[in-house]
Design a protein around this ligand. Structure first.
Ligand code: NI
Length: 254
């Protein structure tokens, strides 16, 4: 079963969400996990989850939201997770030093506040880490949580550290890009340690690179991984689908 474990299905990017869901089904993508990572996004994804059986959500504040989030929002976040069965994870949360480097301590504080909630509520996390590998690992080591390293594109060495800590790697369109080294990493860590994601509308896989991405293109990512791992594409869907079901505890919804 193809499950898109991370996407941003929002009216900001798509005119007709019902149509997108139909296209997903036609492409064999039966369940998607939509991420809401700012105030507006969180409201929107909770609304989507209540309308569509096949939509699950993760909610949490992205590091770029650091200046918009106070303890009130953090309390609200915790309440929303407790109140909604279809919230299957907390995220995307983490550290992003790519654009802004002068607020590292603030980012870390927001990250840790949310990790505490995940630990307390025993809910998996979806980690966003950009140019911040060392700090991300150091912080994650302090908490007993599991989850997905979203949009993983690091080295084999870093992949193995996360896997050892109990995380799955979220593999998306980057694996299909020419000159990407991610394929080598995926072939070495194997299907047991990955889940599939599109991160749509961003990062469309080949041959759609540069266009608006959609969950239906998960198929193209699965096909590339099948080629890399020299297995049948069905094996990729089944194995990564089961990994997603396990990480996000989706069994009860199937
Ligand atoms: Ni994302």
């Amino acid at each position: 079963m193809l499950i898109d474990t991370h996407c941003h299905l929002s009216k900001d990017y798509y005119d007709d969400i019902a149509e997108i869901m139909k296209e997903n089904k036609a492409a064999g993508v039966f369940k998607i996990i939509v991420s809401g990572c700012d105030k507006k996004g969180i409201r929107e994804v909770l609304d989507l989850a209540s309308k569509y059986d096949d939509i699950f959500v993760t909610i949490g504040y992205h590091p770029e939201e650091v200046d918009t989030v106070s303890d009130i929002e953090i309390e609200e976040l915790k309440k929303s997770i407790k109140a909604n069965k279809k919230v299957v994870g907390l995220g995307e949360i983490g550290l992003d030093y790519y654009y802004v480097k002068d607020n590292k301590e603030k980012q870390k504080a927001l990250f840790e506040k949310q990790l505490k909630i995940a630990q307390e509520l025993k809910i998996p996390v979806v980690i966003h880490s950009r140019d911040a590998v060392k700090d991300t690992i150091d912080i994650l080591k302090k908490y007993k949580v599991k989850g997905v390293i979203h949009c993983f594109s690091g080295s084999l060495e870093v992949a193995e550290i996360y896997i050892k800590m109990g995380y799955k790697l979220g593999i998306g369109g980057i694996v299909t890009f020419k000159n990407s080294k991610l394929g080598e990493v995926v072939s070495k860590v194997g299907l047991d340690n990955i889940v599939l994601e599109t991160d749509s509308p961003y990062l469309a896989p080949e041959p759609f690179r540069g266009k608006t991405n959609s969950s239906k293109y998960l198929k193209n990512i699965a096909e590339k991984i099948a080629e890399i791992c020299s297995v049948n594409v069905d094996e990729v869907s089944i194995k990564t689908g089961q990994n997603a079901i396990d990480v996000f505890d989706l069994q009860a919804f199937l």
